[in-house]
Every structure is written in C-alpha cells, then in structure tokens.
Design a protein around this ligand. Structure first.
Ligand SMILES: N[C@@H](CCC(=O)N[C@@H](CS)C(=O)NCC(=O)O)C(=O)O
Length: 326
C-alpha cells in the first residue's frame, strides 16, 4: 500500500483484520461526482475520463457493465491492468489482453494515486475514474461509479436503462446491503480470513445468502422490482467468479452453483446480455486470483473447472476458454 505517497511494502491481499482474524475492507478515499453534483468542475464530457479496471475484479467489473449498459463505451475510455498481482500491486504490462497506460504512462496503478495526491496513504485499488483534464481521480468506489454512469452523463449516456429507478431505491439499498455483506464481500471474508472461526462465519454467510437468493429468484427473474437494476450487476459479478475462483481458492466449497438451479438460470440469463458477457474474462479471473501468493504460493493455475454456462462466451470469442490456464 501507499504510505504518504511511497509504496511501503510488498503487496499483500489482507487489508486489515480484527482481533478474531476477520478481514476488514478499507473505505474508498475519492468520492466525487460528475456534473452538477460535483465538488470540483468535473463536467460530463466525452473523451475526458478514463476508467482503470482489472477484469479479475468484481468491483471494477460492476463499472464496466454499467458503462456498457448506459452506452458510454465511446465517451469513457478503459484501461485494464495485467490480471496478476505482483509486489507492487496492479501493473500495466500490455500482456494477455491487458493495456498499457496511454494516458499517464504509468507502470503501476499506485502511480495514478500519487499523481492525484502525492501524499496519498491507502491501497491502490481498481476501479479508478480518472479525469484527464485536471489530472486527478474523480472516484475510486465502484458503487459510486455505477451511479455516476447511470445518472451523471446525461445525453452522453445513450443506453435505455435506469439502474436505480425512482421508487425502488429503498429496496435496492436493502438488497444491496444483504448481498454485500453475505456475498460480494462475504467470499473475500472467507478467502482472507485469518482464523478458522472467521472463515467458518463467512462461509456460513455466503451460503445463507445463496439460499436466500435461490428463494427470491425462484419467484422472479430479477432481484428487485421485476426489472434489471444495479442490484443484478452486484449479484452477477460475484456469481460469475464463484465456481472459477471462490469455490476453490477462497474455500467457499459447501456447494457449487449447480446446486442452485434458480441462481444458475439467472446467471445464464445475465450472461446472455452483451454488457454482462463483455465484462467476463475467465482467463483473467483465474490468472488473477491464483496469482495471490499469500493464498497460492506455487502460482499454479488450475486447469478446470469446465463450466457449461461459460461455453457461449468461448464460442462467441474463441479466445477465453473456461478451462485453460492463462
Ligand atoms: N470498495 C472498493 C473496493 C475495490 C477493491 O478492493 N478492489 C480490489 C480488486 S478486486 C483491489 O484493487 N485490490 C488491490 C489492493 O487491495 O491492494 C470498490 O468497490 O470500488
């Protein structure tokens, strides 16, 4: 992480733990908006912003899906880091379908943080929404960036979808909270637990949340309000990584997704939507998670699993086999 603008130690996945070994995620530090609500002059302009992402990362993938659903692909550039986490965290290498940083010429993502704030202290996480004009970070919190794309770009956003419709906010917030605690962050709490107790607590939460989702999705196609909302994006990014990484590496292995027919059918439905499919790179997901040396010192990437629900992606692209190590 960065301490006073200096990269202080080798990268390690565990951000903070409590006395019982429970993983604690850091809060995001840059929380501005675009347009009228922005504290600085971050106007909604095509070509002005660059979104830094990692295809392995569920939080960054939320923002990729929102960008695509809102038709903002031409207005906002994307720069994807190398999926493998090294001693200096995320890097720009141009390897395996990742990008070089053409806007700032950085080698590591932490340089983007120190460009924005030369004395920054904190972890250098993706996603990052970067303003090329004032050369700073607008926002590094995925839940905000999804809403920025949904609401702040006005006529530049041509996609015909409202991810947080009026009247559904309270239910969206309640379901989001449940998903975050038990599922999105629940899998990380399992994977990065420092004690048996913390791990077992987290795994129980993960599967209780899957049981709950199964009940809800057996009765409805979407999680909230009978329509696609930001909540479905949140569920999707963790579901699509579940069998590929969380089941094995994070030891969330009570059951695979195939034990949840309604959840699995929902995942297949979402994968049929181009904005969702385009955000999924199984090769990056496996290479990235299995590069976390603290969890997988050998660095060996498993060959499997073969997942039939990812076959349509493979057929469409021909470049991202679900069962081939990157
Ligand atoms: N709350 C943040 C979390 C972002 C986050 O933790 N991203 C991970 C990747 S999945 C990261 O960049 N980790 C690098 C690190 O912690 O050093 C968000 O939702 O945007």
């Amino acid at each position: 992480m960065l301490v006073n603008g200096k990269w202080a130690e080798k990268w390690h996945p565990v951000q903070q733990s409590d006395a019982d070994g429970r993983f604690i995620r850091q809060h995001s530090g840059f929380r501005d908006r675009i347009g009228a609500d922005s504290a600085k002059d971050f106007a909604a302009e095509a070509g002005r912003y660059q979104l830094y992402v990692a295809y392995i990362c569920p939080w960054a993938s939320r923002t990729l899906i929102a960008r695509h659903l809102k038709g903002l692909e031409n207005a906002i550039d994307v720069c994807a880091v190398d999926p493998r986490l090294g001693d200096q965290g995320w890097a720009f290498t141009g390897r395996d379908g990742s990008d070089l940083d053409r806007v700032n010429g950085a080698n590591y993502l932490h340089e983007i943080y120190t460009l924005a704030d030369p004395t920054h202290t904190g972890r250098a996480t993706v996603p990052v929404l970067w303003d090329k004009k004032t050369r700073t970070i607008v926002n590094n919190e995925s839940s905000d960036i999804v809403r920025i794309f949904d609401k702040d770009f006005g006529a530049l956003a041509t996609g015909d979808v409202d991810l947080r419709p009026a009247g559904l906010e309270a239910e969206i917030d309640a379901v989001n909270e449940r998903l975050y605690t038990g599922f999105n962050n629940g899998v990380y709490r399992a994977g990065f637990a420092g004690t048996q107790k913390a791990y077992e607590e987290a795994v129980a939460d993960v599967f209780a949340t899957l049981d709950w989702m199964e009940g809800r999705l057996a009765r409805a196609d979407w999680l909230v309000g009978g329509r696609l909302t930001e909540t479905d994006i949140r569920a999707f990014v963790t579901l699509v990584r579940f069998d590929l990484a969380y089941y094995s590496l994070f030891k969330c292995n009570l059951r695979p997704l195939s034990a949840y027919p309604a959840v699995r059918a929902y995942l297949v439905r979402l994968l049929a939507i181009p904005a969702f499919a385009a955000s999924v790179r199984p090769d990056h997901i496996k290479a990235g998670y299995y590069s976390i040396a603290a969890l997988n010192p050998s660095g060996i990437v498993p060959v499997g699993p073969e997942l039939d629900y990812l076959e349509p992606l493979r057929a469409a692209r021909g470049d991202c086999p679900s069962q081939t190590a990157a």
